[in-house]
Design a protein around this ligand. Structure first.
Ligand SMILES: C[S@@+](CC[C@H](N)C(=O)[O-])C[C@H]1O[C@@H](n2cnc3c(N)ncnc32)[C@H](O)[C@@H]1O
Length: 217
């Protein structure tokens, strides 16, 4: 089973046209998305092979694009924000821009796609996944994960969709609800997207999912 995280960057640039020395100020807050990679994919000394992260970039001239990072195949993922930003810059510099091509490999375990509807592409990439929209007004994720356990539905991938500093676009939320997504919260306080990824990861770890087995990267 695969844990899937989607982080939506409403203004995050889909091109490599940003400064590494001023990532927040020049990239439409791509830094929020870059920072989410660490809690999703890295443990203290290892890589979570059963995690896939989708970064949805809705800003700049090459938008919309989706970068997919697959823990099963990715190599040399470093924990610090600058190294991750350098990696993203290289990936976004690729010339893959064919709207019909779907995900095209850019680096081992990392693919990029340019699409009209990023959510359609992601849902097609995760068929049958149980969908969750992270929302401060949702049901408590602990109760929801317990429900899932009781209903013995623990045999599906789970996909968690998280907004950036601007929240989630209405159209994406509607699309997800139509597809059966549940709104869940990780506490009463609105926190940063990368912290939400860390908390959800921790809830899944505590549920007993096995993830982040010894490093082989
Ligand atoms: C910094 S928050 C967004 C704040 C933004 N000003 C808004 O009003 O939506 C970034 C994202 O993290 C998620 N989030 C933040 N706190 C949360 C919480 N307590 N429970 C569930 N999701 C949360 C939501 O998906 C949110 O869109």
């Amino acid at each position: 089973l695969v844990r899937r995280f989607v982080v939506i960057g409403q203004k995050a640039t889909a091109s490599d046209d940003f400064l590494l020395d001023d990532l927040p100020g020049t990239s439409g807050r791509l830094d929020v998305l870059v920072r989410s990679l660490r809690p999703a994919l890295l443990t203290s000394h290892g890589l979570r092979r059963d995690v896939v992260v989708y970064l949805v970039l809705l800003g700049g001239p090459r938008a919309p694009r989706v970068v997919r990072v697959d823990g099963a195949a990715v190599r040399f993922l470093r924990p610090d924000e600058r190294s991750l930003a350098v990696l993203l810059k290289k990936v976004l510099a690729t010339t893959v821009d064919d709207m019909a091509a779907g995900f095209a490999p850019a680096r081992p375990g990392i693919a990029v796609a340019r699409v009209v509807d990023p959510m359609d592409l992601i849902l097609a990439d995760a068929p049958g996944a149980r969908l969750f929209v992270l929302d401060e007004r949702g049901d408590d994720i602990r109760d929801v994960l317990l429900d899932v356990g009781r209903a013995k539905q623990a045999d599906q991938d789970e996909l968690f969709v998280i907004g950036d500093h601007l929240g989630l676009p209405d159209a994406i939320v509607r699309r997800l609800h139509e597809a059966g997504a549940r709104r869940v919260q990780v506490g009463p306080t609105s926190i940063h997207a990368d912290d939400v990824v860390a908390v959800v990861t921790n809830e899944l770890d505590r549920r007993g999912d096995i993830s982040g087995l010894p490093p082989s990267f």
